[in-house]
Design a protein around this ligand. Structure first.
Ligand code: DGT
Ligand code: CA
Ligand code: CA
Ligand code: ZN
Length: 579
């Protein structure tokens, strides 16, 4: 069984503890080693079997760390980590999940107040003890208190962007098993929810035991949580993967049931009951001639079960895409023929918000443009950060630098493989003002304006001001939320969307898995009010262009059609909108 994730977490915990003890630099070495081990294609246990030299073949793993890794593989921990745990007996991962609480804060609060876990942190904050600690104040204490509530909600849930690759790896694995028939992801992952409690996988097979046995031996399984005759759960990369194996004749009904949402299923079942049918994970049954339909699971005449489309068809409904199965009117819409024709991944033609090394991106302008072309885009809009509120460490460009960049983009223009729009990501300040001079904004092709500071409380007026600004084309990540880290601004999405429709300003679905901002229900409100959506990745490197699928499926959760989406248009269509 592969143990790379487990070993990497031990090194990261040790890094946190070094930082908590105020040790400079060294923790970074451990973090780099942890990342290298987690991402390595090699099995860390196999390398460790060759001794420290074997482990050192990995990038960023030196002699002293390699010895600890060998010890950790053999014993589940290493001596220095145990010492550090004794010295600072705190729940490090739990505490650092609170926004604004890093390892250093954990160390400080343990030494000053003896805080060891989330409950003790909450008590200390409620009692007003934290503001008395040197270096902390009343505001910090309040922030910690808010952060705790938020951290509690997100405990045990993974980002879609972390869960999806694990689910897809599981799917690839099952598709290669000879005994396995059809395989699909189910649950929240198939609905592309922003956070995932556990990963559900469904496999059809006549030989269930063979599939279960293969799964418990899966190379990427770090731990087997449970294994039965028709289901099993393992942990992979820190995430729980639930497998259910069903007979092929019931694959469709099981897929419909285990995709959820629970609310959709309840609505679906009631719709069926009203029409004389019984629905469960084993099929749809005509029970009009059955005296007691509640006696047993498979009663009456089976009318569907093998395919999921057949489940909806049996009730005279068209198939309903998984992303909209959230009980937001989808069954009524399906019954009346009003389901949206949802945007597809292939509809996206370009990216309107990406960064280069002029601000905090990794690549040059040309590099980022070529990567967009490689990805298959017809156009890209370079929108580096402007200086202003929320930009720290000299990341943002001032007006003069933006002018220089604009000139460089105009000079490059002719020999680039795709259309390039020169833009900026400007900051929306607390009053809703934009941090770049008006004449410069007017000269740029594409102005994205985003909130980066003061991301608390009601932000409707700020965002409205940006929407109404004559030069703003797109409002970037409108709420500024960071999933699991901060809730972001409260917004009256209806009002903002109406203004956006009036002023021809697009509202962004930021595809970064930490953001997904706007999110499904907000997108639904926005498109209902006639607003245009831009699905951007905010990429800071070439691989991040791949985030676009998270944005597309988020927009699908909001019932968006290709017509609602700016960058589903061709370059001419986009240019017309930007002018
Ligand atoms: P998660 O894992 O918390 O992100 O959310 P889901 O939706 O994946 O939920 P999960 O894994 O507990 O269950 C998978 C699906 O199984 C769920 O979406 C719908 C179905 N399901 C589970 N429990 C119930 C239930 O009590 N009633 C009905 N109708 N469906 C259920
Ligand atoms: Ca699930
Ligand atoms: Ca589950
Ligand atoms: Zn950005």
């Amino acid at each position: 069984m592969r143990r790379n994730a487990e070993i990497a977490s031990l090194l990261e915990e040790y890094a946190d503890r070094l930082e908590a003890q105020g040790v400079d630099y060294k923790h970074r070495t451990y973090r780099r080693a942890a990342e290298s081990i987690r991402d390595a294609p090699e099995d860390i246990a196999e390398l460790a079997a060759e001794g420290p030299e074997g482990v050192q073949r990995l990038q960023d793993v030196g002699e002293s760390i390699s010895k600890k890794v060998v010890e950790a593989v053999e014993t589940g921990t290493f001596e220095q980590l145990e010492e550090a745990r004794e010295e600072l007996p705190v729940e490090m991962a739990e505490l650092t999940s609170v926004e604004g609480v890093g390892p250093k804060t954990v160390g400080d609060l343990y030494r000053a107040l003896g805080v060891r876990d989330l409950d003790e942190l909450e008590n200390a904050a409620r009692e007003g003890e934290i503001q008395e600690v040197s270096g902390f104040g009343q505001k910090t204490e309040q922030n910690i208190l808010d952060g705790i509530q938020f951290a509690k909600q997100s405990q045990g849930r993974e980002l879609l962007g972390d869960a999806r690759p694990v689910g897809e790896a599981a799917l690839d694995f099952f598709e290669a098993i000879p005994e396995a028939g059809r395989c699909e992801l189910a649950g929240s992952l198939r609905r592309w929810k922003p956070t995932i409690g556990d990963i559900d996988v469904l496999v059809a097979s006549e030989d269930r035991q063979a599939v279960i046995d293969a799964f418990t031996d899966w190379q990427l399984a770090d731990e087997v949580i449970e294994a039965g005759t028709d289901k099993a759960s393992v942990r992979s990369n820190g995430q729980r993967v639930d497998l259910r194996v069903v007979v092929p004749a019931e694959f469709g009904s099981a897929l419909q049931y285990f995709t959820g949402s629970k609310e959709h299923n309840i609505r679906f079942r009631n719709y069926a009951i009203e029409r004389g049918y019984k629905v469960n994970e084993y099929g749809i049954f005509d029970v009009s001639d059955v005296e007691n339909p509640d006696e047993g699971q498979r009663v009456g005449e089976r009318v569907a079960g093998e395919t999921e489309d057949g489940m909806y068809e049996a009730l005279d409904l068209p198939p309903i895409p998984p992303e909209i199965r959230e009980d937001r009117g989808e069954i009524t819409a399906a019954a009346s023929g009003d389901l949206p024709d949802l945007l597809a991944e292939g509809d996206i033609r370009g990216d309107l918000h990406v960064h280069t090394n002029w601000s905090d991106g990794e690549l040059t302008i040309r590099g980022m443009v070529e990567a967009a072309a490689e990805f298959g885009h017809d156009y890209v809009s370079i929108c580096d950060h402007a200086t202003g509120p929320g930009m720290v460490g000299g990341v943002g460009l001032d007006d003069e630098e933006l002018r220089e960049q604009l000139a460089e983009i105009r000079d490059l223009d002719d020999d680039l493989p795709i259309e390039v729009f020169a833009g900026v990501e400007a900051n929306i300040d607390a009053e809703g003002a934009i941090s770049v001079a008006d004449d410069l904004l007017a000269d740029l092709d594409c102005v994205v304006a985003s909130p980066h500071s003061g991301l608390e409380g009601d932000g409707t007026d700020r965002i409205l001001a940006a929407v109404e600004h004559p030069s703003v084309d797109v409002v970037g990540h409108p709420s500024g939320r960071l999933i699991h880290q901060r809730p972001g601004l409260e917004l009256d999405v209806d009002e903002i969307a109406r203004a956006a429709a009036d002023h021809d300003t697009a509202l962004e679905v930021n595809s970064n898995p930490h953001r997904l901002d706007l999110w499904g229900s907000a997108v639904k409100q926005a498109v209902e009010e006639g607003a245009t959506i831009a699905i951007d990745t905010d990429a800071h490197s070439a691989p991040e262009y791949g985030y676009v699928r998270y944005g597309v499926h988020t927009a699908r959760r909001g019932w968006a059609e290709a017509d609602d989406v700016l960058n589903a248009r061709d370059a001419d269509g986009v240019r017309a909108f930007l002018h």
